[in-house]
Design a protein around this ligand. Structure first.
Ligand code: ADP
Length: 445
């Protein structure tokens, strides 16, 4: 096992990884930007190194600074968390070259899955169902016109290198196809540095259901059930839950098996998520996220597996601590992402938190790096906390979430707590019968 790990991240996920290190008896080194000097991830790590200015390009995305920080503190491994360098294959490769273990998938895994069009092609070869669409990237106007006609409208154009809900355009008729194609291409260049786009059928009112997988270096691949992430705004997840209210035991089993086969087909290593789009009882591969995800706690709550500890153990060469038959899903877990945003306009709302009270009691978990007196900087993601609840069933989880949201006090800045409270009261959300377009309809967008 490693003796010392560097955490190349900030905020709640950096704290989450520090906690895993502590429990495993591993020393942790955090890195921070100048603006984050008073952060909890700095306070709770055994050591911390300032790696640059507030702008992430100079700090949390600064590969040479991070590698030097790992070298001078004698770290044997780096955990990238999510975002920043987590899905940067070059960074994973440079860690390897420097003799530092990257806690995550192999550079090849990251590279393959990071190219969404190539990932889809690979999945087709592995026999995984995918949304009907182009084979790889589409390059010409004639090609996309023909393809869209064949697939049938509406279609969705996606950037191969896209992510985080960005770089996608839905097209309802041939009239706007070429214009959208060209815009998508130029956006892909400016946002992701690669012009490749691909096209697929736009599935009407689907659900987003994803499977968590874990793989070790001994050929074991296990799935840990699903997460339903259909509550989204502009393709960004807001509420996640496990199990999905939409899966029958039969589809759940099939989806899990397909996810394991997909991971095996690419010799996948460490934690990953296979995202599917579910329409009725048909599901299709959408993409694979090669990192620990924001919503991983709901899986931890219903399986009892500590995914971050398993990531560290797997990276150190240990076999997984469980087999497929050991994974039993019990109860129900829901996560609400609390963002420092105006709950109506969704504009970021950084600033000083004057008062902060986190909920507690049975079945409640709060993952946050915020505290009373903390100033949310404007330079990073607006998520300031994740409120996760567990209940014996969905009903109990729903009531627990409602009462926990009431107990959650954040003053000084605006947050999405009031929005979550409204959603939790909505009969459609409570019924569990919703699709990815639900929230935008609910908000009247
Ligand atoms: P990202 O990497 O940006 O998260 P995804 O490919 O995972 O992109 O898609 C994000 C969201 O966009 C999905 O959760 C779903 O709501 C919607 N989406 C993506 N592809 C389709 C599709 N073919 N039909 C309908 N909705 C889609």
């Amino acid at each position: 096992m490693f003796k010392k790990i560097l955490i190349a991240n900030r905020g709640e996920i950096a704290l989450r990884i520090i906690r895993a290190c502590r429990e495993l008896g591993i020393k942790s080194v955090s890195v921070h930007s100048t603006i984050d000097a008073d952060s909890l991830h700095v306070r709770f790590a055994d050591e911390s190194i300032c790696i640059g200015p507030a702008d992430p390009a100079g700090s949390y995305r600064n590969i040479p600074s991070i590698l030097s920080a790992a070298e001078i503190t004698d770290c044997e491994a780096i955990h990238p968390g999510y975002g920043f360098l987590a899905e940067n294959a070059n960074f994973a490769e440079m860690c390897e070259t420097a003799g530092i273990k990257f806690i995550g998938p192999t550079p090849d895994n990251i590279r393959l899955m990071g190219d969404k069009a190539r990932a889809k092609e690979t999945m087709i070869k592995a026999g995984v169902p995918v949304v009907p669409g182009s084979k790889g990237a589409v390059t010409s106007e004639d090609e996309i016109l023909l393809l869209a006609q064949k697939i049938g409208y509406p279609v969705i154009i996606k950037a191969s290198a896209g992510g985080g809900g960005r770089g996608m355009r839905v097209v309802h008729s041939a009239g706007s196809l070429i214009n959208s194609f060209l815009m998508c291409q130029s956006e892909a260049v400016s946002s992701f540095g690669c012009p490749d786009v691909y096209i697929e059928k736009y599935i009407n009112e689907p659900r987003h259901v994803e499977i968590q997988v874990m793989a070790d270096e001994h050929g074991n691949v296990v799935h840990l059930g699903e997460r339903d992430c259909s509550i989204q705004r502009r393709h960004q997840k807001l509420i996640e839950e496990s199990p999905s209210p939409a899966l029958t035991p039969k589809i759940r089993k099939k989806m899990g098996e397909v996810a394991v086969a997909a991971a095996k087909s690419v010799n996948y290593m460490n934690a990953g998520t296979i995202e599917f789009i579910l329409a009725g009882d048909q599901f299709y591969f959408m993409e694979m996220n090669t990192r620990i995800q924001v919503e991983h706690p709901v899986t931890e709550m219903v399986t009892g597996v500590d995914l971050v500890k398993e990531q560290i153990k797997a990276a150190s060469g240990m076999p997984l601590g469980f087999r497929q038959e050991d994974i039993n899903i019990t109860g129900h877990s829901i996560e609400c992402r609390i963002n420092a945003e105006d709950p109506e306009k969704f504009t970021p709302c950084p600033g000083k938190i004057t008062s902060f009270n986190t909920p507690g009691g049975p079945g409640v978990r709060v993952d946050t790096a915020a505290y009373g007196g903390y100033t949310v900087p404007p330079n990073y993601d607006s998520m300031i906390a994740k409120l996760i609840v567990y209940g014996k069933d969905r009903d109990e989880a729903l009531s627990r979430m409602s009462r926990s949201l009431e107990e959650f006090i954040v003053e000084g800045i605006k947050t999405t707590i009031p929005l979550h409270q409204k959603i939790l009261k909505d009969p459609i959300f409570r019924s569990g019968k919703f699709h990815t377009g639900y929230l935008e309809k609910f908000l009247g967008m």
